[in-house]
Design a protein around this ligand. Structure first.
Ligand code: SF4
Ligand code: SF4
Length: 165
């Protein structure tokens, strides 16, 4: 199961491209109402949190192409953290705190290596407030800005971070 989720996370941009293009075709060719897309974004937000932007959105895919040249730059981190997005991003961002799937830490297996925080743009920008493994800090996965890139889950060498119910 862990292997499958890491495989999916490593293919996230490809998944984003496929769903984003299908979404664009549904809107442009079949005139699917934007209200349905908004409804889909909210529904996925309730279940998974703010996944729409980085797993499904056509605009998100275009932004990803521009940022893909330099994914670890300060500019990219700042953009991810502060971007205003659209109503789907606003609503699903707030749902990060209550969604059914959340990012969880297994403190028994965590080795405090800190790799997860280094990969996360939220804990990189606000290290005094957020951390994925320091108990006294807030989990960035619950933050409005977490777009469920799941890099934190991907880099953890011990499988201590999982994205689950
Ligand atoms: S999924 Fe993990 S690495 Fe990505 S923004 Fe959220 S907490 Fe940070
Ligand atoms: S990457 Fe994994 S082992 Fe390292 S601090 Fe984060 S949760 Fe703990």
């Amino acid at each position: 199961m862990q292997k499958l989720s890491k495989l999916l996370i490593s293919k996230r941009v490809i998944i984003l491209a496929i769903i984003g293009i299908l979404m664009f075709l549904a809107i442009s060719q079949f005139q699917i109402s934007l209200w349905y897309i908004l409804g889909l974004g909210i529904l996925t937000g309730v279940v998974f949190g703010k996944v729409f932007c980085r797993w499904m959105c056509p605009m998100g895919f275009i932004m990803e192409i521009f940022m893909g040249r330099n994914p670890d730059s300060e500019f990219t981190h700042q953009y991810q953290y502060h971007k205003m997005g659209c109503p789907i991003a606003w609503i699903s961002g707030y749902l990060n705190k209550w969604s059914i799937f959340r990012i969880k830490l297994n403190i028994d297996t965590c080795k405090n290596c800190g790799l997860c925080d280094k990969e996360c743009y939220i804990s990189t920008i606000e290290p005094n407030k957020f951390s994925l493994y320091k108990k006294e800090k807030t989990n960035p996965g619950d933050s409005y800005s977490c777009s469920k890139c799941l890099k934190c889950v991907e880099v953890c060498p011990n499988g201590s971070l999982t994205y689950k119910v």
